[in-house]
Design a protein around this ligand. Sequence first.
Ligand code: DC
Length: 222
Amino acid sequence: MKKNAIITIDGWSACGKSTLAKQLAKELGFVYIDSGAMYRAITLYFLRNHIDWTDPKEVEEALKNIKIEFHFNEKSQQSEVFLNDENVEWLIRDLVIAEKVSDVAAIREVRAFAVHQQQLMGKKKRIVMDGRDIGTTVFPHAEVKIFMTADNGTRVERRFKELFEKNPNISLEEVKANLEMRDYIDSNREVSPLRKAEDAILLDNTNLTMEEQLEFALKLVK
Ligand code: DC
């Protein structure tokens, strides 16, 4: 593999994209960028500021006041997302955000804003970025493209475990309904819907351990 490469990982909600992206970035000494965190941070801003996102003018104005950055936290060894200088990494993982983020991410102006910033972040190459349209729209010429999937039940269980740790009041049904809704909106929206890029390699990790999925991806990269 070229030293300066872009690796894209797209796929359905909660199929382990970020886990694999972080593993790969660590192994290769690349920077991991979570593009979904940007849509989540924008959703948080819209909710907090009561933005009517059905009004394109209001959306455009609101976007002018949004600054999104990623900072690496040495302590947690994770990259964390900042919204206008506030660390919102924890807040944006809440189900309240998950319930609205697909609607916000379907807005043309929001996508133009996020995609532009993602492309700037990719200028230096040596990144692993995960999302829904990274291999199709953001970096159509990326050196390595992976499209991830996993069995629906497995995805629901994995995401439930993750959210339950933060909020024991959450139910499996709620998580299942949210994933189904997001998959539907993400893959049926007008602007860059979730699609496997023609040259992306399919990775189904339903029956793979984390070590096995990393091994698969590293072979592909090398
Ligand atoms: O990966 P995630 O679950 O954090 O993403 C949150 C939402 O953001 C997801 O439902 C769809 C949207 N998204 C998108 O439309 N395009 C991306 N590149 C990444 C995420």
